[in-house]
Each structure stands twice: as structure tokens, then as C-alpha cells.
Design a binder for this molecule. Structure first.
Ligand SMILES: Nc1nc2c(ncn2[C@@H]2O[C@H](COP(=O)(O)OP(=O)(O)OP(=O)(O)O)[C@@H](O)[C@H]2O)c(=O)[nH]1
Length: 377
């Protein structure tokens, strides 16, 4: 999937960098170009990407200090410059544009929905967002910011893949300590998803050694399958797990099914999200040891677990000693994790509005429709 990345804000710039570097190291060539946009000059310095500094006349390069309304405003004011920089990167062969941002801060939280809206207005190419949710311990301003940003982003982007900053945190790690590891996890998952539709070069993938055999490394999962899985719009999540494989396909039936189970039940970017409108399963491994039966069983299991009849899938030939499963879930609005997050965001906003607490029981899917949480735009 030929992709252009735009990282907005600090988290956006760092994750876009991690993803572009992963794609490059693996030789996937799915990431065709990347741009980092920020209102804080210091956060752009040192990034190995092209950059645009926004809001210079307002915040003088110092960032918007977690004020996401100001983040939205400076992006709107300087959208022309950002779009002009992007017009040199987005070509007729671009298959997707990814806007990446941490939703709890200011620049990315406010700027990403504004940019997604503008990109959708100008380009026919699908515009997807990767939205990073603040960890539970990040404070109510971050929760409220993320709630408003997510509500708006979900409306403006064609789909929003959510990453929960608590998802892959080791016990005892603070969010800050775990950040590099989280960014690597995001890069691997999204990187493999983007690569699924691309032919790959003959080099090691780092999945237990070995290189990719050019003769068999064709794209089995087509880019259109990723796009169709995300077509229902709304919120999405990715799950991933890998395990040691046996040489014989028959011995790998259970490896494929158990790895897929692990990917969905304990490896997703949004813990607890398993109910979905649509899903895509990509099982990667050495073709002569990959069990077709295992892949079919895993796909049926994903259908049962997600409650979706729209589960696409395929295997991805990879000369590796390991078998890995990547699951893309689309339409996860009804998950408990989203419900819990939207409740927290609405409470945090109510607190900041100095309101007495309203009705406590909310339906997260409805929170996207009603006015309990203010839109940002
Ligand atoms: N996964 C991940 N999350 C990050 C990273 N850096 C910051 N975050 C999260 O992103 C949110 C804050 O967003 P930032 O990107 O730092 O803020 P910003 O968009 O630059 O906005 P301002 O600094 O307020 O102008 C918080 O929830 C952080 O936990 C990162 O490198 N990786």
C-alpha cells in the first residue's frame, strides 16, 4: 500500500519516523514519503523527515501547551503551507495518506482533525488516521483533549486506527519509559499492514532470521483488501503476535491458530477490542511450512470472535523461522475499552466545564453522535 505519512505534534513526528525507518529497514517500500508538522520547533529538530513549523506568528515555535483548540487554529491558519508541502509528496500512485497524532496533547490533538478534513476535501485517496490515546494515568486534560479530538477525527478521516498508550506497556514502566518500545510496536504492526500489499525485497525481516525469497514474495493480500476492511469507517485496531514455527505444515495448524488467538486476545492496540464490523487476517511465514488449514481455521475463529461475517484474509510468504499473525479490526466502537475511554473523556470535560456530573451510563457509540462531548471543529 503506497503510503504518505504525516506526523502531527511530537508523538506524530516520532511515530511517523519509527514507521518510515521500519519500512526502510525491511525494504518494504510501502512508505513513499513522510512529513512532520509541529508548532514546537524543538520537537521537529533532529527528526530525519521533512518538516513544517506551524503557528510561528502565534506561539513563536514554542508549542501550544496542550491547548488543542489552539492546535486546531494554528493548523487551520497554516494549512496552505502544509498542503503545499504535501502536494509534492502525494502522487497519482499514492494509495493512502496516514495522519498520525497523539490525541491527548495540543498540536496533534487539534491539528490532526483539521488536516484530515482538508486532505479529504482535496484528495480522492483514502485518508486514515493513527490516533494515540493517552494512558490512564495521564490526567484529565489529556483525556478530555483526546475525547474531543477522537470524536472529530473519527468523523473527518476515512478510518481511525487507535493505539492505546497502555496497550503494550510493560508492568512498572511509565508511559515515558515505554515510549520507544511502544513506537516500535506501532511501527511493526502498521508497517506489516502497509507491506501486505507490496512486493518485497530480498532481505532479512528480523523475524527469527532468514531472508525473503523473491520467487514467492508476491503480494497475496491486495491493497484493496485493506481499504475494503477499513471501508466501514469509524474506529479500527491492529493485533499482532508471532511464534516459533515447525518445519511441517501439519504441525503448524495449531501454531497458526494459537498465534492468531494471541494476536487478537492479548496483542491488540486497543486491549479488549474484539467485536468488530470487519476484519483482515494476514498470516506470514515460510510458504512450505505455512498451514493453509491453520489459516482457514484461524480465519473462522476470527469470524466467531469478532461476530463479523466480513473477515478477509490471506497468507504472506516470508522466509522466516517464525509464524506471525496480524489482525486488522474495523468498526470497534462498541468495545468496552472505547466505552471506558469516552466515559473518562466526557467526565474530564464535564469537570473542566465545572458541571455537576450528568448521567453516568453512556453508550460509547452514541457519544460519537450526541453532544455530550464537544466537537473540536
Ligand atoms: N506512543 C507515543 N505516544 C506519545 C509519544 N510522545 C507523546 N506521546 C503521547 O502523546 C500525547 C501528547 O501529545 P504530544 O504529541 O506530546 O503533544 P503535541 O501534539 O506535540 O502538542 P503540544 O506539545 O501540546 O503542542 C500524550 O498522551 C503522550 O503520552 C511517543 O513518542 N509515542
Amino acid at each position: 500500500m503506497k503510503t504518505v505519512l504525516v506526523g502531527v505534534g511530537q508523538a506524530g513526528g516520532k511515530v511517523a519516523t519509527a514507521l518510515a525507518e521500519f519500512d526502510d529497514e525491511m525494504g518494504f517500500r510501502a512508505v513513499r514519503d513522510a512529513l512532520a508538522v509541529n508548532s514546537a520547533k524543538a520537537d521537529l529538530q533532529g527528526l530525519p523527515l521533512d518538516t513544517v513549523l506551524i503557528g510561528q506568528d502565534v506561539v513563536k515555535g514554542h508549542g501550544v501547551g496542550a491547548d488543542n483548540e489552539l492546535g486546531a487554529e494554528v493548523m487551520a491558519n497554516d494549512a496552505e503551507e502544509v498542503m503545499s508541502e504535501l502536494s509534492g509528496k502525494i502522487g497519482s500512485d499514492t494509495e493512502a495518506i496516514f495522519v498520525i497524532a497523539g490525541l491527548g496533547g495540543g498540536t496533534g490533538s487539534g491539528g490532526a482533525p483539521v488536516l484530515a478534513k482538508e486532505l479529504s476535501r482535496v484528495y480522492d485517496t483514502p485518508v486514515y488516521a493513527i490516533g494515540i490515546l493517552p494512558g490512564r494515568d495521564e490526567g484529565s486534560l489529556y483525556q478530555a483533549n483526546a475525547g474531543r479530538s477522537l470524536k472529530t477525527l473519527a468523523r473527518e478521516a476515512d478510518a481511525t486506527i487507535l493505539i492505546d498508550n497502555d496497550a503494550w506497556r510493560e508492568t512498572g514502566d511509565s508511559v515515558a519509559e515505554g515510549m520507544a518500545a511502544i513506537n516500535e510496536s506501532i511501527a511493526r504492526r502498521i508497517g506489516l499492514l502497509l507491506a501486505a500489499g507490496e512486493p518485497v525485497e530480498d532481505r532479512s525481516l528480523g523475524l527469527g532470521g532468514g531472508g525473503i525469497d523473491r520467487d514467492v514474495a508476491q503480494s497475496v493480500v491486495d491493497t484493496s483488501e485493506v481499504i475494503n476492511t477499513l471501508r466501514s469507517g469509524g474506529l479500527a485496531a491492529v493485533g499482532y503476535a508471532e511464534s516459533e514455527a515447525s518445519e511441517e505444515p501439519d504441525e503448524n495448524v495449531n501454531v497458526v491458530t494459537s498465534t492468531t488467538r494471541k494476536a487478537l486476545l492479548s496483542g491488540t492496540s486497543l486491549p479488549g477490542a474484539s467485536e468488530a464490523d470487519a476484519a483482515l487476517l494476514v498470516v506470514a511465514g515460510r510458504p512450505d511450512s505455512l498451514s493453509r488449514k491453520g489459516v482457514e481455521r484461524a480465519r473462522s475463529w476470527v469470524e466467531e470472535e469478532t461476530g463479523s461475517m466480513e473477515v478477509r484474509g490471506g497468507d504472506y510468504p516470508l522466509d522466516s523461522d517464525r509464524i506471525s499473525s496480524l489482525v486488522l479490526l474495523s468498526g470497534v466502537e462498541r468495545s468496552d475499552r472505547i466505552q471506558e475511554f469516552m466515559d473518562r473523556a466526557a467526565d474530564a470535560q464535564a469537570e473542566s466545564h465545572d458541571r455537576t456530573e450528568g448521567q453516568r451510563k453512556r453508550d460509547a457509540a452514541e457519544t460519537f453522535q450526541n453532544d455530550e462531548l464537544d466537537d473540536l471543529l
